[in-house]
Design a protein around this ligand. Sequence first.
Ligand code: SAM
Length: 310
Amino acid sequence: MHHVPVLLDEVVKYLKPETGDRFIDGTAGDGGYIKEILRINPSAKILGIDLDQVSLDKLSMQLAQGNLSQRSELVQANFRDIKRIAQEKSFVPAAGVLLDLGFSSSQLDDPGRGLSFQTNGPLDMRFDPHQKLTARVVVNTYHKPDLVRIFKDYGEERLAAKIAEEIIICRKKQEITDTRELLAVIELALPKPVKYKVADYARRIFQAIRIEVNDELNSLKIALPNIFEILEPGGRMVIISFHSLEDRIVKEFFVNMARGCICPPDFPQCVCGKNPQAKILTRKPVTATVGEIENNPRSKPAKLRALKKA
Ligand SMILES: C[S@@+](CC[C@H](N)C(=O)[O-])C[C@H]1O[C@@H](n2cnc3c(N)ncnc32)[C@H](O)[C@@H]1O
């Protein structure tokens, strides 16, 4: 399935692509936002970054067909290196930077990537196939306490210990190599009354393993200050996240950048001299409308936050 970009109007509203000339999309994917930015602002240039070369190759062809290659540049990399890449490609300072986290529908639908338990595929889950760590390695070699931690921290899974235990038992008999096998192991671990909800458990466990494989939270933590640094004064950053762990990281970073004085409240006057470095444009995270969710169920968990550099 072709990826439908979520919250497209809201991205345009907060990124204001009509008012700048250099934009960066750190998660280019199928290029939904890239094409829209280039359409709205005929003099804008955009740098697209993605870990997935397959997505970039498809996007590159589409941009060429639309005569947009001259105004766009695509780089296969991790967005945690955004500062270096933007400097190398002369995209600093940038008017706006965008991250639309996680995976695209095209990636989810490709059984070879092992992101989905709806179809069978190898336990892979890497965005970047050059990387060594795969889901198969996590599932078959991680010690139980590490599996429990991952399932709890990244999947917010209550039955983390039970599911980890079942994985250890099953993998002793035979290596767990594909997504349907893992689904079956998860089902085995569940107490009878909740077995019918196996898809909910599997979704959380698959999410947790994917976050571990791609080191997603660390990439986000590293990227945020670097994105802020390369923005021009008045430049905007827009981040779309899909689960509470990511959203919390974005929220805390934004609050910190927008905070002024950090002196203890009982100080008679400010001694820190800290001024706000940014303005938060979205007091609450922006979410999809009922209409958008009906048309694109993927948009349901999406949370958009935007920040403007002072
Ligand atoms: C939700 S999709 C983006 C879809 C895109 N906005 C569109 O309209 O088609 C997320 C993309 O980010 C990429 N990605 C995930 N983590 C990344 C990282 N740390 N660095 C670079 N790309 C990453 C994935 O490979 C995927 O293509």
